[in-house]
Write a protein of this length. Structure first.
Length: 198
């Protein structure tokens, strides 16, 4: 039995004892009165256990309810890009990349991207990125920040990203989400985002 249940039983039983104590002495000491007290204790214990169980069940049910998710898809086009090395003292080189992108589809707007890249001699690369999207998502206007992790191999890029918690503004306040994109590095790709609101 939980502490909460014990506390409930104790409070109810205390009330019952106080009521019994207020009766005349000869009545309170009868066998029937003692039996009634035991019966009340057991009854109150069952009620408290039931209430405790219902409260725990309600909390568990609330925690288990999934948030409604939606999927947004978009074509991503790179409008401009600039790469600059900031450390070439050894291989692989470390690069900083800036891009301007446009999104069309369920995600409709533009984005400014900044990425850090580990560039190998065979032109494969690993990147981490941040970008602030400005526009509409599912018809809602606002901005949000995406944090990404990208891999480039044979001229193709494959990435995962997620919405940085607390970054949504306007109609996109409370936005959460995760997704990714695939396509030709430095040119364009197909992106998606599974999103919900807190």
């Amino acid at each position: 039995m939980s502490f909460r249940t014990i506390a409930k039983v104790a409070i109810i039983s205390l009330s019952t004892w106080q009521a019994a104590s207020a009766q005349p002495e000869n009545e309170a000491n009868t066998p029937g009165s003692r039996d009634d007290a035991v019966t009340w204790w057991r009854y109150n214990e069952r009620i408290a256990q039931r209430d405790d169980h219902e409260s725990i069940h309600a909390i568990e049910q609330s925690q288990a309810e999934p948030r409604t998710r939606a999927r947004a898809e978009a074509k991503i086009t790179v409008q401009s890009s600039e790469a600059k090395a900031f450390d070439q003292t050894a291989n692989p080189a470390l690069m900083g990349i800036g891009l301007e992108e446009t999104f069309t589809g369920d995600i409709d707007g533009e984005s400014t991207v900044r990425a850090l890249e580990v560039l190998r001699d065979d032109h494969s690369a690993s990147l981490v990125s941040l970008q602030r999207f400005r526009g509409k998502l599912g018809g809602r206007q606002g901005t949000f920040v995406l944090q990404g992790s990208e891999v480039v191999q044979n001229g193709k890029i494959k990435a995962t990203w997620f919405v940085v918690p607390g970054s949504g503004t306007g109609d996109l306040s409370g936005l959460r989400g995760e997704g990714g994109f695939e396509g030709d590095f430095g040119k364009g790709s197909d992106g998606w985002l599974d999103y919900w609101f807190e």
